[in-house]
Design a protein. Structure first.
Length: 349
């Protein structure tokens, strides 16, 4: 699927990039389909930002090639690649007002003043910044600056949009608002979008597909739901959300499938139910595994409670939604844990 060139607008073929002895991107093969929102996710040093810089034309590969719409662009400078780019710092021109910031990419393309003014008015309305064209960037809030940066990237109707940690400078509430805005803009414009982030929630919320990178290589590529629910490796399971890795847990793992060689069992914290020992069992209890343990810690987080429960040598993390009238278990209290055998996953060690 990853090498299906009939659907690919962007392709990395055998791309390697080094910085001295450091291999930042190692033999990368990746395709991005037309109109897709693809997020590259990974820790620092995984190669995700270098991959984006290679696509943007700010870096050149040492080996391999990059194709856009079937044409090699490895030797094409960034200013000749028809792409909109939004940086984490927004990179707005501080000496130009909002209107002039938005006009700049149109002016560089030789578009006449009347058409520039028309497009500026249109895009400002779309990002809910009507009437702010004369403001300077320093007079805008962080969310407004982000909207201007997005508008500037979109105003020339590029076929490709690149996002480099686009929401990293915003607080949580603004970040959630802008996630909705970006998702809406992507749906409206239909632009092929490649986003780089280390924020797992952002990747799950925005993406059609997620690429998880590690050490310059792709660890796994899939839809957000599939990559979260069926991680291929222990690294992906632990990096994308929390995971209970059940390696020598001290109790027999019950599952619907036999455990493949070279794998360990894993279950997500929200798939585990926690209850007092005398609480009624689940209605689907015949499909469940039950273990008993001791609550070591309970963390209240508004709509969620997070438990650490000791079961023999294993400390299990459990996450449950706070329900009206449901009593919280306290540290030192005995607890019964239960989960569906079908929720156990096996990941490469």
């Amino acid at each position: 699927m990853e090498n299906d060139v009939t659907l690919a607008q962007i392709e990395f073929r055998n791309v390697t990039k080094t910085y001295g002895p450091v291999v930042a991107v190692n033999d990368l093969f990746l395709s991005v389909r037309c109109g897709e929102f693809l997020t590259i996710l990974g820790p620092s040093g995984s190669g995700k930002t270098t991959t984006l810089m290679l696509l943007a034309g700010f870096e050149a590969p040492d080996r391999g090639d990059i194709f856009i719409a079937g044409k090699s662009v490895a030797a094409v400078p960034s200013y000749r690649r028809d792409q909109g780019i939004v940086f984490q710092s927004y990179a707005l021109f501080p000496h130009l007002n909002v209107g002039r910031n938005l006009e700049f990419p149109l002016e560089m393309r030789g578009i006449k003043a009347a058409e520039r003014a028309k497009r500026v008015d249109s895009i400002l309305a779309r990002v809910h910044l009507n009437g702010l064209e004369n403001r300077m960037p320093s007079q805008l809030s962080g969310g407004q600056q982000q909207r201007v940066a997005l508008a500037r990237a979109l105003i020339a109707d590029p076929p490709i949009l690149l996002l480099d940690e686009p929401l990293g400078a915003l607080d949580r509430n603004l970040r959630e608002q802008m996630q909705s805005e970006i998702k809406s803009l992507h749906k409206e414009f239909g632009i092929t979008t490649v986003c780089v982030t280390h924020d797992q929630e952002e990747a799950l919320t925005l993406s059609d597909r997620i690429v998880v990178m590690r050490g310059g290589r792709i660890e796994q590529t899939d839809t957000p739901e599939a990559i979260y629910d069926r991680p291929a490796t222990q690294f992906v399971a632990k990096f994308l959300g929390e995971a209970n890795i059940l390696e020598n847990p001290g109790f027999l793992i019950e599952s619907e499938a036999a455990q493949p060689p070279g794998t360990v069992a894993m279950i997500r914290p929200e798939r585990i139910c926690v209850a007092a020992l005398d609480a009624p069992k689940r209605v689907d209890s015949e499909q469940c595994q039950f273990v008993t343990g001791t609550v070591e810690n309970m963390i209240y987080a508004g709509p969620l409670r997070k438990y650490h429960v000791r079961v023999g040598p294993t400390l299990l993390v459990v996450r449950e939604h706070v329900a009206s009238g449901r009593r919280a278990l306290q540290a030192g209290e005995a607890a019964r844990l239960e989960w569906l055998r079908s929720d156990v996953r096996f990941v490469a060690a």
